[in-house]
Design a protein around this ligand. Structure first.
Ligand code: NAD
Length: 442
């Protein structure tokens, strides 16, 4: 985030009516993702009617656990990693959200990601609250054995607050099916019974769901296509630029390409590639799965990372990390529509610039909700031990995403607000209505 954006965020936060009442640990890092989330909540309070009296609930995570994760490295020494699991809200059901392994993970970031999960789960109306976890580590520096030991120790440490009816982790950045299998096994060993429903995003042979791996990208494509219809953009002729070519960006890119769109630019941690005639997406996917990044792919020209923001395109899909579209580059974006595959990729200042430039932003809290929707299907299938076909799963996913998007679009038209604010209005009302119905204990 730029300094100017930091200052704007600080000023907005200081003017928030409830700011003075927040405990210090919620303010300590208030200029990062958590501060952005608080601003987003403040924006919707005027639309919450009588439920606004409960809004403070949204500004405080229900529970935040910080754990030490010590493991023996292959060279015999002991390393300590910092792990987190935050349950932001459980008014509508158990906590639900991914686990991220990244060297920059902080408690503030995990708090924000858990809060966005509360919003997302309520936006698509799956019966979950919001949670998120992470370990501050660069997993690329670990051997397979070290990664497994770290995952298992972390799972055991957070085992006191997770469980199939309490909080259900899933994959996020740098975590995958194998890591979910280790988490499920560790939790099950500690419980003395196989508990497949403790995590989602598992391998299909271990209670995972068909279609889960592609679900987030499929959701990105589904809401993108719906929004394109509303603004008269023909997907089959669209030029698409994708940042992040992992689970979300790769699948979204593939589905847009299958619908006839040209994927003109792809950026990942290894570099940026461009091809005006359209990149061969299946070939790039094969290349990335073998080589770890787009770097060295011969089917496109290499361009500078910074030039990615100037690419002539109709649709831009940030699908890497948060804070990528900032006040510094939002003015350069040529797209008509930004679909947030990643969580929190657009800073509030950039959001305002895109809005002023009439660029439609499909916010993360609806655009990337396909993953948690199929995670919900996986959890239901695990409980019933009855598994559905991939066609059934994809059809239910598309139906839920289209219905949720239609509701968000309608609210944005009715109240003349952005799609992000509209999604927050729907989600916050659902969460706070549940809060009100349950009442305050004791
Ligand atoms: P992933 O690990 O599969 O892929 C991440 C991609 O981002 C990789 O291509 C990586 O090279 C790229 N990347 C990393 N640092 C970068 C940088 N500095 N610049 C450009 N590219 C960079 O992760 P994923 O599961 O695809 O998740 C991507 C985003 O989508 C995250 O924000 C995640 O929270 C969000 N998300 C994921 C899911 C899911 O089901 N996987 C669901 C909802 C949201």
């Amino acid at each position: 985030m730029s300094n100017a954006t930091h200052e704007a965020a600080a000023a907005a936060l200081a003017n928030s009516p409830t700011h003075h009442a927040l405990p210090s640990y919620l303010q300590a890092d208030n200029l990062g993702p958590w501060g952005i989330y608080l601003q987003q909540v403040d924006r919707v309070i005027p639309y919450l009617g009588h439920l606004a009296r409960w809004a403070e609930t949204l500004k405080r995570p229900k529970r935040a656990l910080v754990v030490d994760v010590p493991i023996q490295l292959d060279n015999g020494t002991v390393a300590h990693f910092e792990g987190y699991r935050v349950q932001h809200n459980t008014s509508r059901g158990p906590g639900k959200g991914g686990v991220r392994f990244h060297q920059d993970v902080t408690l503030s970031e995990v708090m924000a990601l858990s809060a966005w999960m509360s919003i997302k789960n309520a936006a698509v109306n799956v019966p979950y609250g919001g949670a998120k976890g992470g370990i501050r580590v660069d997993p690329k520096t670990l051997s397979m054995g070290e990664l497994e030991r770290m995952t298992r120790r972390y799972t055991s440490e957070i085992g006191i607050i997770i469980g199939p009816t309490k909080d259900i982790p899933a994959p996020d950045v740098n975590t995958n099916e194998q890591i979910m299998a280790w988490m499920m096994d560790t939790y099950s060993m500690n419980e003395g019974a196989t508990a497949t429903g403790v995590v989602t995003g598992k391998p299909v042979d271990l209670g995972g769901s068909l279609g889960r791996r592609e679900a987030t990208g499929r959701g990105v494509f589904t809401v993108g296509a719906e929004a394109a219809n509303h603004i008269g953009l023909d997907i089959s002729k669209a030029r698409v630029a994708v940042q992040g070519f992992g689970n979300v960006g790769g699948i979204a890119g593939k589905l847009f390409a299958e619908a006839g769109a040209r994927i003109v630019a792809v950026q990942d941690h290894g570099g940026t590639i461009y091809r005006e005639a359209g990149i061969d997406v299946p070939a790039l996917m094969t290349y990335v799965s073998r080589n770890g990044s787009v770097k060295g792919f011969v089917g496109a020209e290499v361009v500078s990372d910074d030039s990615f923001w100037d690419v002539e395109c109709d649709i831009l899909i940030p699908a890497a990390l948060e804070g990528q579209i900032t006040a510094a580059n939002a003015g350069r974006i040529k797209a008509r529509m930004v679909i947030e595959g990643a969580n929190g990729p657009t800073t509030p200042a950039a959001d305002d610039i895109l809005h002023d430039r009439n660029i439609l932003v499909l916010p993360d809290v609806i655009a990337n909700a396909g993953g948690v929707t199929v995670s919900y299907f996986e959890w239901v299938q695990d409980f019933s031990s009855f598994f559905w076909s991939e066609d059934e799963i994809n059809a239910r996913l598309v139906r839920i995403m289209k219905e949720a998007f239609a509701g968000v679009w309608q609210i944005s038209q009715d109240y003349k607000v952005s799609l992000r604010t509209a999604t927050f209005i729907i989600a916050c009302k659902r969460i706070l209505h549940a809060r009100e119905l349950r009442g305050l204990y004791p």
